[in-house]
Design a protein around this ligand. Structure first.
Ligand SMILES: Nc1ncnc2c1ncn2[C@@H]1O[C@H](COP(=O)(O)OP(=O)(O)OP(=O)(O)O)[C@@H](O)[C@H]1O
Length: 884
């Protein structure tokens, strides 16, 4: 077998007993190059640089056929058997295929990208470039949309090798290749400085981070490489800052955030250097919260590098980030933080939190020792284009630049065999283009249909109702990115739409390399097949086999009879399983969806491309809505020749944020070395203890040294509670063992501190509830005391709650305890609280409002909010059983 990419011979393919070789179509293969020794077949392919091998489907027999094909039609040398006819699946709903349509396990590599390429994908480290190679429009063997390596045609050879290189390019990150600016930054980091380095797109910020992480590890310094978005994290081979910190979406108020962060306390404690890339997308408030979390969790931190004895190490609570060295990288002229709507806030934009940049953060000045600019642009070699981009970046646009960009309206020539990446601002346009590219793959199509159910978990037959449910999901893209139905084919470029592990996150891209099905016999064959692929590293084979075994067990009895197998850019191979989603609709009802968390991804939105370098792209600047958005899209491309702009655009597409330009202006005016400002203060220990117990928000006040023991106690308590009650799995998903019913089935006493904390943990981790929003929502329900129901609310069973924890309406939660209210009462401030919680608050603080902190003008009378109570009870009763 010939590997056309690196001209290496692969000296054998193992085929099982009943496998025959079909060399139909091979023209240049000399007989001597095919040696069949018992059941072991050796193909020596030193003869040609472009032989392609595919395993074809044998669905009606258990025999697999290996065919070596070429584009030139010469008689085969060996031609034992014709491949049996493929069973074409006519059932478009083949997510629920009938048994008779079952296919061979060998299908995994049949009907997929050419076998050679699949193996290549499986064994190699590869960097899947954005964009697709040509030939998708061709039938037969040209539909190998990943590599296009089956051309013996000399004319095409260069193009194909090129395209392979583009698709599988790996960059070597070496210290020697750094320029002076980059080296300077590296030295600063190795010397222990807290640094922010910044510069236009393409100045090698991410490149430098790759080298930096290697250098730090050489010195034995424990560093964590993170980025603000999943896609940026993948770009640097790290994880998201959220995942590192254990804070899920990070939208919660400080206290729940702190509690959640304990799930990753080992990260926090052991971290010596924390690297955050694409920091322009980090919200200022979150920056402050992370800084405070670091200080609180690291009271007993490990000794920082540079200190010989632990005793010499200063008190971490007095050090920015608790003594963690901070390395920030990014360009504030690029995408700003995404406004964070409160999840499930039903599109009420008044609830969208105001965003800030992290240079606005209170702790910014004390966190950063040095700010260093990078100026040399690596990405664009063309000085003219690079200068144009520099001006676009800072909003210095004139007619000349616009005209120059308007000239980029011609279709791109596919000289290097790469189709341009298609970039649109909106998802609709992206979907339309992806559909078109999928149609171009001439392979069997698998349709994945979501299982949508209403709150009663009824299986809905009525098409009208189904359509209605689907339209609700489609309108709730924030809560559910998984579409009601979509098609996949082997070779399709896809993107995850949900975090499924710490390394496979929303935005991770990959290629579908096959489909796994239900039949145990088929699984056995598949596993055997993988075992035979000795070309794949043994450990990886074992991992794959284990995963296939588990997936086989998983899909037995499931409705999804086929699951896609995806090879991701980070080389992970994953069988993608359905995920549960739920969204609100009228009258606070919820509906539920089970669907595979994938979407097609030849075309992507601007937001999914930050940090990436592209050879060529087709960009539409239509509907640009964000500062820096156009600059991010345009600056991905290496040269003007690789740029096609479709549709019209105007000055308004190149908006910049005044606050950002002021920030850079101030930097220009001041020295690089910044004078350190004092740290923002953390809550007084005694107050913190109280707040943690009572579920109050934490505000900045001064730390009292004498209270550090108390701090430790709180932290220990919290650790235990969290350990006992909340387990994060690797996927950052929640397995909350301590569901809300712990407190509510029989226990009305929320004054118990442990319970309070437990409840907080649950709620904080399952909801991103912001007190403000609770308040807003509670307001809506005040004084509607229509029903009279004083019986305690029965909350859902433990198991059910785990599944639906994330679905609790936020206005059902008490602003103090963050727990679902059993006895909601309206206080004189107009807000609704859990009776026991507000009474406890009055006991401690007197007649002042928990929310406004203002004294009540009237006496502290509480009025039961019966309407809200009825709604909670109703919701609880309608909680569906676990989806089977
Ligand atoms: N010192 C270097 N030597 C060789 N190539 C480099 C060097 N630094 C960066 N590059 C290359 O320049 C290109 C852009 O680098 P990189 O993506 O790191 O830039 P960036 O500043 O992070 O860009 P952005 O802000 O757009 O994310 C990449 O192709 C990278 O491999």
């Amino acid at each position: 077998m010939y590997n056309s990419r690196n001209n290496k011979e692969i000296d054998y393919i193992n085929l099982s007993n009943n496998v025959e070789i079909d060399l139909d179509g091979v023209n240049t293969l000399p007989k001597s190059n095919v040696n069949s020794i018992n059941n072991h077949t050796t193909i020596n392919s030193s003869f040609t640089p472009s032989t392609n091998i595919t395993l074809n489907n044998l669905s009606t027999t258990t025999t697999a056929t290996t065919s070596i094909t070429s584009t030139t039609a010469t008689k085969p040398i060996v031609n034992h058997l014709k491949p049996p006819k493929r069973t074409i699946n006519n059932n478009k709903n083949d997510c629920f295929l009938s048994k008779k349509n079952k296919k061979s396990a060998i299908d995994l590599f049949d009907d997929v990208i050419p076998f050679e390429d699949a193996i290549e994908l499986l064994k190699s480290n590869f960097e899947l470039k954005y964009g697709i190679p040509p030939n998708n429009n061709n039938n037969n063997n040209n539909n190998n949309n990943n590599n296009n390596n089956n051309n013996n045609n000399n004319n095409n050879n260069n193009n194909n090798i090129n395209s392979k290189q583009q698709l599988f390019e790996t960059v070597e990150y070496k210290r020697e290749s750094l320029n002076k600016e980059q080296l300077d930054i590296l030295d600063n980091v190795l010397n222990g400085n807290n640094i922010f380095f910044t510069g236009p797109g393409g100045t090698g910020k991410s490149y430098l981070l790759h080298v930096m992480i290697k250098e730090l590890s050489k010195k034995g310094i424990r560093s964590f490489m993170t980025a603000t978005t999943g896609i940026a994290a993948l770009n640097i081979g790290g994880t998201t800052i959220h995942s590192f910190a254990g804070i899920r979406t990070g939208n919660q108020p400080f206290k729940p955030l702190l509690e959640a962060a304990y799930s990753k306390k080992n990260n926090w404690k052991s971290c010596e250097v924390l690297i955050i890339d694409e920091v322009s997308m980090l919200d200022g408030e979150l920056f402050d919260n992370l800084e405070r979390i670091a200080r609180l969790i690291r009271l007993k931190a490990n000794v920082k590098h540079g200190y010989k004895k632990k005793a010499d190490y200063p008190d971490p609570s007095k050090l920015p980030w608790g003594g963690i060295q901070i390395v920030l990288s990014g360009d504030f002229y690029q995408l700003p933080p995404v406004p964070s709507p409160i999840p499930d806030a039903r599109d009420d934009f008044s609830l969208v939190k105001k965003r800030t940049h992290c240079f606005d953060a209170e702790s910014w000045d004390s966190s950063i020792d040095i700010i260093v600019p990078l100026t040399q642009i690596f990405r664009q070699k063309d000085q003219y284009f690079s200068e144009m981009l520099s001006r676009i970046r800072v909003g210095n646009i004139d007619d000349k630049i616009l005209n120059e960009l308007r000239k980029c309206d011609k279709p791109l020539v596919n000289e290097n065999g790469i189709q341009p990446t298609i970039l649109y601002t909106t998802n609709n346009k992206v979907e339309e283009m992806n559909q078109k590219y999928l149609e171009d793959i001439k392979r069997e199509q698998f349709e994945f249909i979501a299982l949508d159910r209403n709150a009663n978990q009824e299986n809905i037959q009525d098409q009208k109702k189904i359509n209605h449910l689907q339209s609700i999901f489609e309108n709730s893209r924030k809560s559910c990115l998984a579409t009601s139905r979509f098609n996949l084919k082997s070779g399709a470029q896809v993107m995850l739409v949900r975090n499924i592990s710490s390394t496979l996150v929303n935005g991770s891209r990959g290629v579908v390399i096959g489909f796994i099905n239900q039949s145990p016999e088929e699984q056995t064959k598949l596993i055997q097949f993988i075992q035979d692929q000795t070309i794949i590293e043994a450990r990886q084979r074992e991992k794959m086999i284990e995963q296939f075994r588990l997936s086989a067990l998983y899909i037995r009895g499931q409705r999804h009879r086929y699951l896609p197998i995806v090879k991701f850019m980070n080389n992970e191979i994953e069988v993608i399983k359905p995920e549960n989603y739920s969204v609100f609709y009228d009258n606070n009802e919820r509906i539920y969806r089970v669907q595979i968390p994938l979407k097609l991804a030849w075309a992507v939105t601007f937001h999914k491309i930050q940090g990436v370098t592209l050879d060529c792209a087709q960009i539409s600047l239509n509907k640009v809505f964000e500062h820096g958005q156009s600059y991010v899209a345009l600056s991905r491309i290496k040269s003007l020749e690789g740029l096609q702009i479709i549709g019209d655009f105007s000055y308004s597409c190149f908006k910049i944020d005044k606050k950002v330009s002021d920030f850079y202006q101030n930097l220009n005016n001041s020295s690089k070395l910044k004078s350190k400002k004092s740290l923002p203060l953390i809550e007084d220990a005694q107050v913190l203890i109280e707040n943690l117990k009572n579920g109050n928000p934490i505000h900045s006040t001064n730390i009292n040294n004498n209270d550090s023991n108390n701090f430790n106690e709180i932290i220990k308590d919290n650790n235990n509670i969290i350990k006992d009650n909340i387990q994060y799995n690797d996927n950052n998903k929640i397995n909350s063992n301590n569901s809300i019913n712990n407190n509510n089935n029989n226990n009305n006493n929320n004054n118990n501190n442990n319970n309070n904390n437990n409840n907080n943990n649950n709620n904080n981790n399952n909801k991103n509830n912001n007190n403000k929003n609770n308040n807003n929502n509670n307001n809506n329900y005040n004084n509607n005391n229509s029903s009279n129901n004083n019986t305690p609310i029965q909350l859902p069973q433990k198991q059910e709650q785990q599944l639906f924890d994330s679905t609790i309406p936020i206005y059902f939660l008490c602003p103090i305890s963050q727990n679902i209210m059993e006895h909601p009462y309206v206080a004189p401030d107009g807000y609704t609280y859990e009776r026991s919680s507000i009474l406890e608050w009055f006991d401690k603080r007197g007649s002042i409002s928990f929310i406004t902190k203002k004294p009540f003008s009237t006496s502290a009378i509480l009025i039961p909010n019966r309407n809200l109570k009825a709604q909670i009870q109703d919701w609880v009763n309608r909680q569906p059983p676990q989806i089977k």
